[in-house]
Write a protein that binds this ligand. Structure first.
Ligand code: SAM
Length: 279
């Protein structure tokens, strides 16, 4: 038994495990190395919303109903995001990473686990303002097809614009944020030129190979839901997907420390969780 499961009820742990095994065997989604407390909470939420009496009931339903699996997939992962989320990260990126990127003829960036795309549009705006968007390509990937479709649309609720504008200004934005979108009733439709160099694709960090070689990889607020071994495996994937001296950015509560790749990076800014591959 894994450390994080020790304090839990044995029967429940077995039921959760069985459900995760079936989900993997039947649908190919591997959640077996996600942090147990969060997985269990999400499964119990699904038990309630699917109108079944128990985890075994949910298991039966999943086996016979792919639509139930699609709903479970949406529940399984947390999709919360924001534009210029943790503005100090983007400020640091602008000040400490962009000057180096400006010296490259071509820049390739991967947003792994990009959810509905807020951070991807933030990056497109930042690169545009720094004059390097036209020679950049951004890969925006997530395990969920649903959130990728939303990201592709470039449409965000109008009532989020106050928060996004405030974050943008704190992150060192130099234009008028409202120039980047058009208001359409309750929504803000972001300019299509921001999408020109973004490739949106479904990609599973647990089971899929690297989509390319990158100058920058940002994977923020994703690995926090993984167990240690899966975090290490994902770091291996990122290390092998970064060019020499490429940059890695993690979420506020994530770190490279104590991973087997810790010594292969230098800190660009430890408080902002920005690192650079040393070789
Ligand atoms: C909390 S959101 C983070 C969004 C964004 N990176 C940010 O920081 O605002 C986590 C995202 O990771 C995605 N995710 C979870 N497991 C994944 C996996 N195995 N492969 C790819 N994406 C995954 C989820 O679907 C979700 O959209």
């Amino acid at each position: 038994m894994n450390d994080s499961e020790e304090i839990y009820d044995d029967v429940e742990v077995s039921e959760v495990r069985l459900l995760l095994d079936v989900v993997y065997a039947k649908y190919g989604y591997d959640f077996r190395d996600y942090a147990y407390p969060s997985v269990k909470r999400r499964i119990l939420n699904s038990v309630a919303t699917e109108g079944v009496a128990s985890i075994s009931g949910l298991l039966d339903k999943i086996q016979n109903d792919p639509a139930c699996m699609a709903r479970l997939l949406l529940h399984f992962t947390v999709h919360a995001s924001s534009m210029f989320r943790h503005p100090s990260f983007y400020k640091c990126f602008r000040e400490k990473v962009v000057p180096q990127l400006k010296t490259y003829p071509f820049v390739r960036i991967w947003h792994a686990g990009c959810s509905t795309g807020e951070e991807v549009y933030s990056m497109a705006i930042l690169l545009h303002e720094e004059g390097i968007y036209k020679r950049s390509i951004i890969y925006a990937t997530d395990i969920s097809e649903d959130v990728i479709q939303k990201a592709k649309s470039g449409i965000f609720p109008m009532n989020m614009m106050k928060e996004f504008t405030s974050n943008y200004l704190k992150s060192g934005g130099i234009e008028s944020f409202s120039d980047y979108y058009t208001a359409q009733y309750d929504n803000a439709l972001f300019s299509s030129h921001l999408k020109e160099n973004i490739v949106f694709a479904k990609h599973n960090l647990v089971t899929d190979a690297s989509p390319n070689e990158f100058n920058v990889i940002l994977c923020r607020n994703v690995m926090i839901y993984f167990k240690r071994e899966l975090q290490n495996k994902t770091h291996e994937l990122f290390f092998n997907s970064l060019i020499h001296f490429g940059y890695l950015g993690l979420g506020e509560k994530e770190t490279l420390r104590f991973t087997p790749r810790e010594n292969n990076y230098e800190e660009v800014d430890v408080s902002q969780k920005l690192y650079r591959r040393t070789a």
